[in-house]
Design a protein around this ligand. Structure first.
Ligand code: SF4
Length: 404
């Protein structure tokens, strides 16, 4: 439901959707927009041409500009709390105006909007701090998700990565790999549901973490997935999703994937990174490209679509040509179709990363940002898909923008 108002001489739009409550205020300096989940958490905001996105962990990323000028900054905790406070003050002013009759809505506010505003006003700084602290009791910090899964409910069936060797990945270096026992996982799934609370309306799917969670052998994996069904309406939420590296994925058959599909699995994300085995070896990524190709074929034969991730810029100039040629070949051998996704993720390094040390020792010349993009285009233009199957959705994946 959309309600148009005037408040303090400004046009205001209230959008009362089943998943979130959004207030847009037009002003000479630009439109401000505040979106909340129904637990009262600020979800997104746009203020003075800066967009903000708050995660369930209370962290907030600010973004501004566009194209080459696009900028991003993760805010300090106090800065993030200030953005939340200022947003809440705007909402409080509007609610006061409505209560005092200074703002006259053309229709009476639906009960959902009234409950939503109440939740926003109650989600003060203290609550926000408590919420972020509770996140850390419920979760080991969620390392990464594919971009189309940022609004999932993450459930950590495993902790950490069973390999943890890839030189470009530091997401799970702080934890040992382990598979959660079913009872513990069930308690975790319930705690996550209680933590997200009324904010569950914003959530669209279930993502099984951490890392390559589907590495768990089927006899242990199936009871974990059945436990999810005990706590969540999986179909209504849009099914389950998870990562699996190509090397481990090879160890499951098409029949195993069919069973996972019956248990509600809708897509598996496979970090191919490259079709070049020499580059995979340099990256300390387990397995060979052929493992990922045959694993993807088994997944698709078992009725599970895939999302394949390619790492742009990996190996710098030295590997650039073989990375493109062999990645094209591997992707073309996967027989992807319109149900699948291909993500081009730019290599993001920092000085402490093992990749950086090894690239220095090997005297690799890195690709510039423009060359990385060109590498993605060079791969994309050579991809071939069958006429009957259609074309997978191909897009960019910037791990620096990940928010859960
Ligand atoms: S397998 Fe995946 S999660 Fe594990 S270290 Fe490699 S890239 Fe990271």
């Amino acid at each position: 439901m959309v309600i148009n108002l005037r408040w303090q001489q400004s046009p205001v739009t209230l959008s009362v959707k089943p998943n979130c409550l959004t207030v847009s205020i037009e002003a000479a300096g630009g439109t401000s927009v505040y979106s909340y989940d129904y637990a009262g958490r600020l979800w997104t905001a746009l203020v003075e041409n800066v967009s903000y996105r708050r995660g369930l962990d209370g962290k907030m990323v600010a973004k501004w500009g566009s194209g080459e000028q696009r900028q991003r900054r993760w805010l300090q905790q106090e800065e993030a709390l200030l953005v939340e406070t200022q947003a809440r003050q705007v909402i409080a002013g509007l609610v006061e105006g409505l209560a005092a009759g200074a703002v006259q809505p053309p229709v009476s506010l639906p009960a959902q909007a009234q409950r939503g505003f109440q939740a926003v006003l109650e989600f003060n700084e203290g609550r926000s701090r408590q919420d972020a602290a509770r996140y850390l009791q419920v979760y080991r910090p969620v390392g990464i998700l594919p971009p189309d899964q940022y609004m999932a409910v993450v459930l950590q069936a495993t902790e950490g990565c069973s390999f943890n060797t890839c030189t470009f990945c530091t997401f799970y270096r702080d934890r040992q790999f382990r598979i959660r026992p079913v009872d513990e996982f069930l308690a975790h799934a319930r705690a996550v549901k209680e933590f997200i609370g009324a904010g569950m309306s914003l959530r669209r799917t279930i993502f099984l973490g951490d890392a390559n969670a589907l590495v768990v052998p089927l006899p242990r994996l199936a009871p974990l997935m059945e436990a999810v069904h005990q706590v969540y309406d999986v179909e209504q939420l849009g099914g389950m999703y998870a990562f699996l590296d190509g090397f481990s994925a090879e160890k499951k058959s098409a029949g195993d994937y069919r069973r996972l599909a019956e248990l509600g699995l809708k897509r598996i994300y496979v970090g191919l990174e490259s079709g070049d085995d020499a580059l995979l070896h340099f990256l300390k990524k387990p397995g060979r490209a052929a493992d990922a190709v045959s694993a993807v074929r088994a997944m698709k034969e078992g009725g599970v679509p895939v999302g394949v991730i390619v790492l742009l810029g990996a190996g710098g100039q030295a590997y650039a040509r073989s990375h493109v040629d062999r990645t094209v070949r591997a992707l073309n051998e996967m027989h992807l179709d319109m149900d699948d996704l291909v993500y081009f993720s730019e290599l993001v390094t920092d000085e402490g990363m093992e990749y950086s040390r090894q690239a220095y020792q090997a005297q690799l010349k890195p690709l510039t940002a423009i060359e990385r993009l060109a590498q993605g285009e060079a791969i994309e233009t050579r991809l071939r898909f069958s006429a009957g199957g259609g074309v997978p959705h191909i897009s960019r994946y910037d791990v620096r923008e990940f928010v859960y």
